[in-house]
Design a protein around this ligand. Structure first.
Ligand code: CA
Length: 243
């Protein structure tokens, strides 16, 4: 079992902090939430996080001051810091980056954007721990552990179907021709009939059970994976709005 990347969330607004934490938990991260700089420092001293989400406006010590401190310290200087800011002012972003943040994200932001930024800083700083998880609605695919779950239940999918699903999930909501799928999933050097794609899509749908309807046949065009069918429940935090 791989260890989940630890994310320290330093955010003084409890509702935002909780939303972030829930979404991180749903997406293969282990979040710890603290509400101010002193608690953040205690947490960092106790367990070094893999990434820090740092709010700019905090009671007491500011996010920028904390970032500067952590960058100076031998033990913490390489921990990726992603600054959360309500300000969209250019000078604030520059100050954040000057203080040592790897990147910043302006509130309100979407969960997908936040996750993408976290993965990007981890990939740059610690490529070995990036969790290669894709989620569309309630369907979750973890390429590293080779697991697919729908509404928390694990699904058994064959190797070709796994690759096909991975591609469709990474490029969800778009229509892919059979030719494109052959190129991207089977490799363009392979001479296979386009009908092969149909055979594997059929098998994939059988493996997906209740989630089968997420894969749509688009007449005369190809296939599309959509999050708007298979899930009765909304995707966790698909439109996390923070102000
Ligand atoms: Ca704040």
């Amino acid at each position: 079992m791989r260890k989940l990347p630890r994310v320290l969330v330093v955010e003084d607004e409890p509702s935002i902090a909780e939303l972030i934490a829930v979404n991180l938990r749903h997406n293969g991260f282990a979040p710890t939430v603290v509400f101010d700089g002193a608690a953040a420092q205690r947490e960092v001293d106790a367990v070094l996080p893999d990434v820090i989400l740092l709010d700019w406006m905090l009671p007491g010590e500011s996010g920028a001051a904390l970032a500067r401190q952590w960058r100076k310290n031998e033990r913490t200087k390489t921990v990726p810091i992603l600054m959360l800011t309500a300000r969209s002012d250019e000078s604030d972003k520059v100050q954040g980056l000057d203080a040592g943040a790897d990147d910043y994200i302006t509130k309100p932001f979407s969960t997908q954007e936040l996750l993408a930024r976290i993965r990007a800083v981890l990939r740059r700083r610690a490529p070995e721990i990036v969790n290669d998880t894709v989620q569309v609605g309630e369907l979750v695919l973890d390429a590293a552990t080779y697991r697919i779950t729908f509404c928390g239940t694990e699904l058994k999918v064959g190797p070709t179907e796994f690759k096909l699903l991975h591609y469709l999930m990474k490029h969800a909501e778009r229509v892919h021709t059979r030719g494109t799928l052959l190129d991207k999933v089977w490799g363009d050097h392979v001479f296979i009939e386009e009908r092969t794609v149909d055979v594997h899509v059929k098998r994939l749908r059988e493996s997906l059970g209740e989630a089968a309807c997420m894969i749509e046949t688009v007449r005369g065009a190809g296939y599309r994976l959509t999050g708007s069918n298979g899930n009765s429940r909304p995707a966790p935090g698909s439109s996390l709005s923070t102000a």
